[in-house]
Design a protein around this ligand. Structure first.
Ligand SMILES: [Zn+2]
Ligand SMILES: [Zn+2]
Length: 447
């Protein structure tokens, strides 16, 4: 008697001009396959044979699983678009001494698999089906999939297809790429084209390269992973009540904008800045931004932090020949700092509260967006546009353009509609009216 584990390929991409056979795994797919293979290994799921479709996305999933098992991988053409007879023949043709098989077929979705292999699925005891179903709902997080996979495994062995094999687990690492593409295509008509830059604007004398979606996918960047998926904010300084409120609201906003858990750490005092990294410029004290990253934040980054963003009420400078900066980030390690100082000229009041809050939200989400691998946007008016000064920041939307949203979503995998509704509610609650209008315009296009 053999046991069979079917593993659907992990989340894949479909870059333009790529044949189905050559579709690569998405970055998230790579990470998920790695987690799932380790999970199976750690739970002593014994495998002694790997057979995979030769399609790139299946074979690469198989190779990742094999990093945990170190077996010889066999490919079989019959597992690419398998008919029932093809699929069964792969199993029947296995060597007699093979007892546990991990198979990586290419199939579109679970219901199709059920249609292709009715004999297999009709033999499951009804009690198994809900468990199976719940393992394959697209968009479920990996933790839940593992729990379901495990509960399925410990339910025991189910005899099917005339005593040939056990169906041990069906792991489904899939989310619907096509549906997400439609969302981005839909909202693209609300993107507002950038006009030619004026001499004082960021793009005027910089020759930044347009980052395409494909270019973004190839770039190295940080990703959320299990146990490392929280955005932390580290306030540094003496904040008054209104400033504290702004930091709290920024935390709420980033939680919605990135759809990631966001936590605010207890504030550190300004005495943490030694004298030699402070300077006075135009009667205003400034802090050397690099010191904040290297000597304050990096060593304080919590274990589960994907991003640690310092927020200071002091003004920042990057080096002696620069006047000031709004923020600085080290993207590879996910640490950055944003200064609130210039958003309100050092003094948040009820009158300037909303304007300075909007600036904090924009600059903070822009910097964290960089940490997730998004370059300055040249596609449309967008929160990821580069900015030389506050009036340019004010001119740019808090809304990420369709391309930048597509990039962000391909890394963070959230529900676009849920995010958009939550953003609209946030903007409404805090009277950021032009952003409410933009969110409403986007919602109209996806309803
Ligand atoms: Zn930037
Ligand atoms: Zn953009």
């Amino acid at each position: 008697m053999k046991k069979l584990i079917l593993v659907r390929h992990a989340k894949s991409d479909w870059p333009e001009e790529t044949e189905d056979f050559d579709r690569p795994l998405a970055d998230k797919g790579l990470a998920e396959a790695m987690h799932m293979s380790r999970f199976m290994k750690n739970n002593n799921v014994a495998i002694d044979y790997f057979v995979s479709s030769p399609a790139v996305r299946a074979l690469n999933t198989c190779k990742i699983f094999n990093q945990a098992y170190h077996l010889t991988i066999t490919t079989n053409e019959k597992l690419y678009n398998p008919s029932e007879s093809n699929f069964e023949s792969v199993i029947y043709d296995l060597d007699d001494n093979v007892s546990s098989v991990l198979s990586f077929p290419i199939t579109t979705v679970f219901p199709i698999l059920r249609i292709l292999f009715p004999k297999i699925f009709s033999t499951f005891p009804p009690v198994v089906l809900p468990v199976l179903k719940s393992t394959v709902i697209p968009g479920r997080n990996l933790k839940e999939q593992k729990r379901n996979c495990f509960s399925f495994m410990i339910r025991g062995r189910f005899n099917f297809i005339s005593k040939i094999f056990y169906f041990l687990a069906f792991i489904f690492l899939f989310s619907c790429q096509k549906k997400e593409k439609n969302y981005f295509e839909a909202i693209a008509s609300n993107d507002v084209k950038l006009s030619d830059p004026e001499p004082h604007e960021w793009r005027y004398n910089r020759n930044e390269k347009f980052q395409t979606f494909e270019g973004f996918q190839k770039s190295k960047k940080i990703h959320p992973e299990i146990g490392k998926n929280t955005i932390y904010l580290q306030p540094i300084g003496e904040f008054n009540i209104l400033q504290k409120k702004q930091v709290e609201l920024a935390g709420n906003y980033f939680k919605i904008y990135f759809q990631l858990e966001t936590k605010i750490l207890p504030a550190l005092p300004n005495t943490i800045f030694p004298k030699d990294i402070r300077r006075i410029k135009d009667e205003n004290e400034q802090i050397l931004a690099g010191y904040v990253l290297d000597s304050i934040l990096i060593k304080r980054k919590p274990k589960d932090a994907l991003v640690l963003m310092g927020i200071t009420e002091k003004d920042l400078f990057p080096r002696s020949d620069w006047n000031y900066i709004f923020g600085l980030a080290s993207y590879k390690i996910g640490v950055g700092v944003t200064s609130m100082y210039r958003f309100s000229n050092g003094n948040v009041t009820k009158a300037n509260f909303n304007r300075s809050l909007e600036r904090l939200l924009k600059v903070g989400s822009h910097e964290i967006g960089h940490m997730f691998g998004i370059s300055h946007c040249l596609n449309a008016n967008c929160v990821m546009n580069g900015s030389n000064h506050l009036s340019e920041t004010d001119y740019h939307f808090a809304r990420a353009c369709s391309l930048c949203q597509q990039k962000l979503n391909s890394s963070l995998h959230y529900d676009n509609k849920k995010r958009l509704n939550e953003l609209k509610n946030f903007f409404e609650k805090h009277h950021l009216n032009s952003e409410v209008t933009r969110a409403e315009e986007d919602l109209k296009l996806i309803k």
